[in-house]
Design a protein. Structure first.
Length: 307
């Protein structure tokens, strides 16, 4: 309810730039340039948590970019999901081309006719979703998937991760405390491991600070796939907390959400059949994570060439 009402309000009332506050624009040209102007970089937090995949970020989490992300996440500026999704799509693209062992590494893009890239968002807690009225990472991921499809890359959002236990607010925790807080907190929904074999898996989030959330998400994906070796096919739908499909492909499943964030979908009347073993799968049939991508990361994490 809050999502569509906020979108309607944005159309009727004069808005303000999420980055600098200038009136009558969702995101001004200057702030948009800050969000898009920096080259996508691989980022590494210090200390780097064990199991963290290669992570790519579009921008530094500072100044205007930080303000835009907070406006979208905490203040319900839902129209910002569109430009944030464009930035995330750039990070996904760079990650698939640059990460070692990634399914798209070294392959000329766009990859028309290939298995879809599966964007797996790190889920927010149920309490946070209720308080905000939306799941920021999922919304941005939907916008990024639409942008990638416009560039000719098949992409879908696979919302298969769930919180299996409650965690405390991480805002005041250091890196070690965040790792302990999140250890074992995520799991893949039943049947999700087989679903993830439909294409290269890219973990996505809006921000990376310590890397604890992405490391835990990667652990959950790997643990789930180890538990489902040699089981072909997909046995039934995976549902998200909103009561809709966990894999969002075309208009049937995500049209309303993607219209909110400015994406364009292909009109399809039927759910496309999943492709088995089309992703990053090792000799034992275990799905791995190709890479991770975020809109922004802490400035320190951009300095990867350390002694």
């Amino acid at each position: 309810m809050r999502g569509w009402w906020q979108d309607l309000t944005d159309l009727v009332l004069p808005g303000e730039c999420g980055g600098c506050g200038v009136l009558r624009t969702v995101l001004c040209a200057r702030c948009r340039a800050v969000l898009y102007s920096g080259a996508v970089h691989r980022v590494r937090p210090v200390p780097e948590p064990s199991g963290l995949p290669w992570v790519y970020a579009a921008a530094r989490y500072a100044d205007e970019v930080r303000a835009v992300l907070l406006a979208h996440k905490e203040r319900g500026a839902l129209a910002l999901a569109g430009p944030l999704g464009v930035a995330l799509a750039g990070a996904v693209h760079a990650g698939l081309r640059g990460a070692p062992g990634a399914a798209g590494a070294g392959v000329a893009w766009p990859r028309r006719g290939r298995a879809p890239v599966l964007l797996v968002p790190v889920p927010s807690g149920k309490r946070a979703v209720r308080a905000r009225g939306h799941d920021p990472a999922r919304r941005i991921a939907l916008a990024a998937a639409g942008e990638l499809r416009r560039r000719g890359l098949p992409a879908r959002v696979a919302g298969v991760l769930r919180q299996r236990r409650a965690v405390v607010d991480q805002s005041g925790l250091n890196s070690r405390q965040r790792l302990a807080n999140l250890a074992g907190a995520l799991a893949v929904a039943p049947g999700g491991a087989r679903l993830l074999r439909a294409g290269p898996v890219v973990l996505v989030d809006d921000v990376m600070t310590t890397g604890a959330s992405l490391a835990e998400a990667a652990r959950a994906v790997r643990a789930a796939s180890h538990g489902h070796r040699g089981q072909p096919g997909v046995t039934g739908p995976i549902w998200n907390d909103a009561g809709t499909w966990a894999v969002y492909g075309g208009e049937t499943w995500e049209s309303r959400e993607e219209q909110n964030v400015g994406s364009r979908t292909e009109r399809t009347g039927r759910r496309p059949a999943p492709q088995v073993n089309a992703g990053v799968v090792d000799a034992d049939g275990v799905v791995d994570v190709a890479c991770a991508a975020v809109v922004a990361a802490s400035p320190d994490s951009f300095e990867i060439n350390r002694n």
